[in-house]
Design a protein around this ligand. Structure first.
Ligand code: ZN
Length: 43
């Protein structure tokens, strides 16, 4: 079951497979680097 992650850069919602949670990835919209789980930073 994929996780839903919010891009910190543009707020886009990404569905990330469980196997990729915790790994670095790039937003396909704005290119902001994001992490899977662990990025619970909210502003
Ligand atoms: Zn983005």
């Amino acid at each position: 079951m994929p996780f839903q992650l919010t891009c910190p850069g543009c707020g886009a919602i990404h569905a990330v497979d469980e196997q990729y949670v915790g790994k670095m990835g790039k937003c396909n919209k704005c290119g902001t680097k994001r992490r899977g789980k662990g990025d619970t930073h909210q502003s």
